[in-house]
Design a protein around this ligand. Structure first.
Ligand code: ADP
Length: 656
C-alpha cells in the first residue's frame, strides 16, 4: 500500500515512518511537508500513484480540509485520512462531511492503530468507488412536480451516478401503456407518502406483491408523518426520509443503502439456497470432503469436514482427535498405505489411495481417498490439504466376492481336470490290464491244448505199453483246461455281474459246515484232519451264497492241496461289526516274496518239491474279487514250512 503523508513536523514524520516500517512493512510511506507539494505529486500525468493520502490538519500553506476538497473536486482516486490534534472534534466532523474516509487523533498510541486505520480507509474508499461506478436506477413516485424537479437537480449535482425517473401516480408505474420502463429495471423505488387517492401504507400493502419483494422501497414523508413511516418500515419499506430542510443531502445515502441492503439480502438468500443445496448433497452423498491446515513443523489440524464422515465412521471429528488422530482409524494392515499417502502429501504430491478403516462399531469399511496438497510459494511448503473420500466398501465386497468366485471356479476346473486325467489314467490302466489278461489267458490255454495235442499224437504213434499213462495225462490236461475255462468264466461273470448281485443275510456257520463236510473225504485221503470250529454267536453275513461258498471252497482246497501232514482248521469268530472266517493249515507256507502277488491273476507261488499242483493261479484272484464285492477284506499270514492262515472279514447282516 502506498501512502502520501503531508506533515511539516520532521520529528512526527520520522516517528511515523519508523513505526510503519516496524509494524506494517507492506506499507510504503512518502512524506511531503506542504499542501502544494502534495497536489503536485497527486496531479502527476500518470495518476496519483497512491492508495491513500494521510494529511495533518494543520499545514504550513493551508489546512487538511482545503487539500481534501481539492482531491474530491478533482475526483482523484485516493482515500483520505486526516490526522488531528485531540481537541479538533469539530474539524473532524467537517472533514468527514467534506469526504474524508477516516481520521486519526494524535494520542499517545495512535501510531499503533494507524496501519489498521489506513487499511480500513482504503477498503472503504474502494467499496464506495465501486458503488459509484455503477449507476443506481431509481423510480420516484411523486405527485408534486416541484419536488421531482428539486430532487432531480440535487442528485445531478451531488450524486450524478443516481439515475432518476419520475412518475406522478402509482398507476402510472403499473400501467405498461404509460410508456415508462418496466418496474423490474429499477434498483430502488422512491415513494412519496401522500399520493393522490392512495397513501404509501396502502401502496405497501396492496402493491408490494406486484412490485416484487426484491425491490427496495424508500419512503418520503411530510413532517409529522413519522409514525406512519415507521408502520411502513414494518411492512417492509427499506428506509424513510422526512421532508425537513436538507433531507435531499441524506437521500443519496438512503437510496444507496436501501439498494445495497436489498442486494445483500439477495446475496444472502442465494447463499442460503446454495448452502441448503450443499447440505442436501452432503447428506445424500456417501462421500465426504475435508481440509487440513499444515503447520510449519509438519503437524496437521483438521479445519473442516463434511457430515458424511460421521455417517461412515461413526465418530465425530472431536472424538477422532481424542482417539489419537485420523490415522488411528486406519485398519492395522493398511497403516503402511496411510503413511505412504502422508509422505506423498508432505512432498506436495497429490495422492489417491484405497485403504480400510475400522468404524466406531468395529466394522471394517473401504475408503478411496483423493488428497491434494496446496503449496505456498512464499513459505516454500505445503500449507493445506484438500481431500475427498468415498466409501467403496460395497464395490470392494463385490470385487472380493468375484475374486472368490473366480478362485473357486479355477479350483473346480483344476479338480475336474485332475479327475479327468485320473479317469483317463484308469482307462489306460484298464486297457493295459485287459490286454495283459487276454495275453495271459491265451498263454494259459495254449499249454494244456499243446499238451493235449502232444499226448493224442503219442496215443496214435507212441509206445502202446504207455497208452494207459498217455490217456491218464490226456484226461488230466482236459480237466485242467476245463478248470481253467471255468475259472476264467467265473472271473468275468464276477466283473460283469457285480451290479446285479443281490445280497441277503447268509448263515456263514451253516455254509462253512456244509463245505467242510464235503471236503473231509479229500482231506482224509491226504492224511489230514479237517476241523471246523464255529463261533456260535456269529450272526448272518451280508452276501451272495454261491459266491461266498466259492470263497470258502477255494481257501479250504488250497490248504488241503498245500499241506502234507497235520491239519486244516476252519473257524469263525466275530467283532463288533464284522464276521471273520479263518482257514489255517500246517502246510508248506508261502515264500515272503510271493505274498504281495498271491491275489494276482495267474500267479503261482514258487514250486516246492512234491507239490507240483496243476493249479490255475486264479483261485485266490476270484476269492479277492468276491470278498471286495461284499465290502469285506482278506488277509494272509504265512511262514514257510510251518503253515498259512487266510482270514476273510465280512459285514454282519443279522439273521432273519
Ligand atoms: P492255484 O490254482 O495255483 O492254487 P491260487 O490262486 O489258488 O492258484 O493260489 C496261488 C498260489 O498261492 C499258489 O500257486 C500257491 O503257491 C499259493 N498258495 C495258495 N494257498 C496256499 C496255501 N494254503 N499254502 C501255501 N501256498 C498257497
Amino acid at each position: 500500500m502506498k501512502v502520501l503523508y503531508i506533515e511539516d513536523n520532521p520529528f512526527d514524520a520520522d516517528l511515523t515512518r519508523h513505526e510503519l516500517r516496524r509494524r506494517a512493512p507492506h506499507i510504503t510511506l512518502e512524506v511531503v511537508s506542504t499542501q502544494q507539494d502534495a497536489l503536485a505529486r497527486l496531479n502527476q500525468p500518470s495518476g496519483p500513484g497512491y492508495d491513500v493520502v494521510l494529511s495533518d490538519m494543520r499545514l504550513p500553506d493551508g489546512d487538511g480540509l482545503t487539500l481534501l476538497s481539492h482531491i474530491r473536486k478533482q475526483d482523484l482516486p485516493v482515500a483520505v485520512v486526516i490526522v488531528t490534534g485531540s481537541s479538533d472534534e469539530e474539524a473532524v466532523v467537517a472533514a468527514l462531511k467534506a469526504g474524508a474516509d477516516d481520521y486519526v487523533v494524535k494520542r499517545a498510541d495512535y501510531l499503533v492503530r494507524l496501519p489498521a486505520t489506513l487499511e480500513v480507509a482504503v477498503n472503504n474508499y474502494r467499496t464506495q468507488a465501486a458503488r459509484r461506478m455503477r449507476p443506481l436506477r431509481v423510480l420516484y413516485v411523486e405527485d408534486n412536480d416541484v419536488d421531482i424537479d428539486l430532487t432531480r437537480r440535487h442528485l445531478a449535482r451531488h450524486a450524478p451516478h443516481i439515475q432518476l425517473d419520475a412518475v406522478n401516480t402509482v398507476h402510472a408505474v403499473l400501467d405498461p401503456a404509460s410508456g415508462g420502463n418496466p418496474i423490474d429495471q429499477y434498483d430502488v423505488l422512491l415513494l412519496d407518502y401522500q399520493l393522490p387517492g392512495m397513501n404509501a401504507l396502502e401502496v405497501m400493502k396492496g402493491l408490494r406483491p406486484v412490485f416484487g419483494l426484491d425491490l427496495p422501497i424508500v419512503l418520503v414523508t411530510g413532517q409529522g408523518d413519522e409514525d406512519v413511516a415507521l408502520q411502513a418500515l414494518k411492512l417492509g419499506a427499506a428506509d424513510y426520509l422526512v421532508k425537513n430542510p436538507g433531507y435531499l443531502y441524506r437521500l443519496p445515502t438512503a437510496l444507496e443503502n436501501a439498494f445495497h441492503r436489498a442486494q445483500l439480502a439477495r446475496e444472502q438468500a442465494a447463499l442460503r439456497a446454495s448452502e441448503e443445496r450443499y447440505r442436501i448433497i452432503s447428506e445424500l452423498t456417501s462421500d465426504y470432503a475435508y481440509t487440513y491446515r499444515v503447520d510449519p513443523d509438519g503437524g496437521t489440524e483438521l479445519e473442516w469436514i463434511t457430515e458424511a464422515f460421521t455417517r461412515i465412521t461413526g465418530y465425530t471429528t472431536g472424538a477422532v482427535d481424542a482417539h489419537g488422530g485420523w490415522l488411528s482409524l486406519v485398519h492395522p494392515a493398511d497403516q503402511p498405505i496411510a503413511l505412504r499417502r502422508a509422505r506423498a502429501l508432505a512432498n506436495s504430491r497429490a495422492d489417491v489411495s484405497e485403504f480400510r478403516i475400522v468404524t466406531r462399531g468395529g466394522e471394517t469399511r473401504w475408503l478411496r481417498d483423493y488428497s491434494c496438497p496446496i503449496w505456498d510459494e512464499a513459505q516454500g511448503r505445503v500449507v493445506r490439504i484438500f481431500g475427498a473420500a468415498q466409501d467403496i466398501t460395497e464395490r470392494k465386497r463385490a470385487e472380493e466376492a468375484l475374486h472368490r468366485l473366480n478362485a473357486e471356479l479355477e479350483q473346480r476346473v483344476a479338480d475336474r481336470t485332475r479327475e479327468l486325467a485320473q479317469a483317463n489314467e484308469q482307462l489306460h490302466e484298464l486297457d493295459r490290464l485287459k490286454s495283459k489278461f487276454v495275453s495271459d489267458v491265451s498263454h494259459e490255454l495254449r499249454t494244456p491244448v499243446t499238451n493235449l495235442k502232444l499226448y493224442l499224437d503219442l496215443l496214435e504213434r507212441g509206445n502202446p505199453d504207455k497208452h494207459a499213462h498217455y490217456r491218464h495225462t490226456l484226461k488230466e490236461q482236459a480237466d485242467r483246461l476245463s478248470q481253467l475255462i471255468n475259472n476264467i468264466l467265473d472271473l468275468s461273470r464276477l466283473e460283469l455281474g457285480a451290479a446285479k448281485v443281490q445280497f441277503i443275510p447268509v448263515d456263514l456257520n451253516g455254509l462253512v459246515e456244509q463245505i467242510v463236510v464235503a471236503h473231509r473225504p479229500l482231506a482224509e485221503s491226504a492224511g489230514l484232519h479237517l476241523i471246523f470250529r464255529p463261533d456260535p454267536a456269529l450272526e448272518c453275513v451280508r452276501g451272495e451264497r454261491n459266491q461266498l461258498a466259492q470263497v470258502v471252497t477255494n481257501l479250504i482246497a488250497n490248504s488241503i492241496n498245500y499241506t502234507q501232514t497235520g491239519q486244516v482248521q476252519v473257524s469263525t469268530s466275530r467283532t463288533a461289526d464284522r464276521a471273520c472266517m479263518q482257514v489255517e493249515d500246517t502246510g508248506i507256507g508261502i515264500d515272503p516274496e510271493d505274498v504281495p502277488h498271491l491275489f494276482d491273476r495267474f500267479y503261482r507261488g514258487k514250486q516246492v518239491a512234491g507239490f507240483d499242483i496243476p493249479g490255475t493261479g486264479l483261485g485266490l484272484a476270484i476269492v479277492k474279487e468276491i470278498v471286495e464285492l461284499h465290502g469285506g477284506k482278506i488277509e494272509v499270514e504265512s511262514r514257510v514250512s510251518i503253515g498259512s492262515t487266510f482270514r476273510v472279514w465280512l459285514l454282519h447282516a443279522g439273521c432273519a
